[in-house]
Design a binder for this molecule. Sequence first.
Ligand SMILES: *Cc1c(COP(=O)(O)O)cnc(C)c1O
Length: 393
Amino acid sequence: MSELKNVGFDSKCVHAGIKDYEFGPVVTPIYQTSTFKFKSVDHGAALFKGEEDGYIYTRMKNPTVEAMEQAIAGLENGYKGLGCGSGMAAIHTVFQTLLNSGDHVICSKAVYGPTATLLTTVFSRFGVKTTFVNTSDLEQIKNAINENTKLIYVETPGNPTLEITDIEEVAKIAHKHNLVFAVDNTFMSPALQRPLDLGADIVVHSLTKFLNGHADVVAGIIVVKNEEMYSKMRKVLNQNGGVIDPFNAFLVHRGLKTLSLRMERHSRNAEKIAKFLEEHPAVEWVVFPGLESHPQYEIAKKQHKDCGGMISFELKGGIEAGKKVMNSVKLCQLAVSLGGVESLIQHPASMTHASMGKEQREAAGITDGLVRLSVGIENVDDLIADLKQALEN
Ligand SMILES: *Cc1c(COP(=O)(O)O)cnc(C)c1O
């Protein structure tokens, strides 16, 4: 990576993590092998003792996976990355490494659903307590700290309300109290937001989303700042076994090369669509980091390089209006997930959160007419025409 230190982010996207391989390939080869031959007994012994660097077994280390990990660590300005089988495997590994029985976590209220469930139904069984607060309000974080607090875990912009947390300010609070501060950077990607530069200790990603960008992989990554944290995490990941496989690592690494370009187009398209929606009579409100009406617009301007591709908006007609729009879109695909080249649209109240009661849903910020749109890289006029006909159907 050292030779890439003085190049721009776009150049890093294209070149980061590529190393020298036999035959001089331009692209990292897929080392689809579970295990690696030792040259001799002494060689094997030296590898196991850590006296020599090399590959032993793919759960521990694999060249294709390592190249992708190095690339993303480089983009996040981190020390090293740990490729995981999914975003949830990455988040689980962070919690497993850092938390002991009796510890307390402060977590964003606007967080990916399974992250909250992991804390409240799995880690709770091992004596870990969690307080969920609105992390865009720093006072709520400060007030939640107690003598057992170990970790502040923030997702920003958060799910599904796109609430924005000031990473720099939370880092100051965390470090004043000797707490570890981890950020889920899935919604922005390192092209638009680099939490480690702003003081966070750990970054996690669902690679499934913008980093891979093509809706054909489920994967995750953890990026850390130093060797101490890296070796702790690596031991836990090696034991819980939640690693990424070489082929998916290859696909993610390929996706990364266009990250900069894609994020630029996602942002431009989303900006135009957010403005279109804000003016449309069928829409009650729009939340988008690029709109001045966003409650944390000033933080977004300071912390984001661009506005990203995620829009939340509220339809005037509640559940029925949501269903109608979902059944009427043609170019936008009706599906969960986000961050791919194709636009995806979802109506939580009638789909993902339909089994929840209305009260519980609203407590989680999911109103009846809420629609989440992940804006793709299609022609923006086509997307606006599609949304217009669906809203006016
Ligand atoms: C999707 C997502 C995750 C979980 O990632 P998987 O790859 O689906 O396990 C975590 N955080 C955020 C913000 C996500 O959008």
